[in-house]
Design a protein around this ligand. Sequence first.
Ligand code: R5P
Length: 300
Amino acid sequence: MSAQSPSSGRLLAFPEHWPLADALADRLALPAVSYTHHRFPDRESLFRIGTDVRGSNLLLIADLHDPDPRYLQLILLADTLRDLGATRIDLIAPYLPYMRQDTRFNPGEGVSSRYFARALSAHFDSLTTVDPHLHRYHALAEIYPIPARLVHAAETLAGWIAASAPDAVLIGPDEESEQWVSDIAQRAGAPYETLVKQRFGDEDVRVSLPHPERWRNHVPVLVDDIISSGRTLMAAVSHLREAGLPAPLCVAVHGVYAPDALAGLKQAGAAEVVTTNTVPSATASIDISAAIAAALESSR
Ligand code: R5P
């Protein structure tokens, strides 16, 4: 991994990620780069950098959920910094979008994960991200030509679960989640089981729990990497309630909620929905900054 030494650089962030950036700046003892973002009446953007960045190594933290408008702002900001003399720019995208279109699911579709990876890589020296959705790809290197550093949220999630739900049974929403959920369960000292899931469309998901009778005296904690439409966890919550289990907690790394996802989860019977702050939202109360800082420091 050839990303910069964090102690030699400066840091800046998209405004949504200032709380995470502040936490990282404290942990890594990095000074900030100041800038302003002007929106013209026609909605074009102009960035003005207030710090002399000539010769600097920069860490740029960007929220990239809802990526289409944010991507253009990101590259305008990065190219402005480069134009003003920044030596290198390492991107921290705590949530990495466009990872789920990892094959041509239907004739005529594009494999947008590849196109997005190529486009992003043209502007940065390295990428750091938290638990990207690696399903058909085994490593980001399969699509990202720049060095990519993975941060794992398992320890952070396990710590939160152990402290918040001592009688938990962890439940993975599908068989593919088993490796991930078993790792978190082991770290949290809790049992686990995975649901059997079938998806019939973007918004039609059906699941079943193999042994509901085992868990009636536990707090069910559904654990997933991402909540998007929320359909996966809604189906899981409804099924667990129908099977006679207590109202489950839903815990995920990335909450990229479609408009009705959170309300739908509450309506389905979730006791609480909690995510890390890889994506800023009302549920993002699990702080991931220690895991990101540790990953950056370990590759000094
Ligand atoms: C699936 O492989 C993922 O781990 C998530 O379960 C899924 O992407 C969640 O999506 P949604 O909230 O749209 O059901």
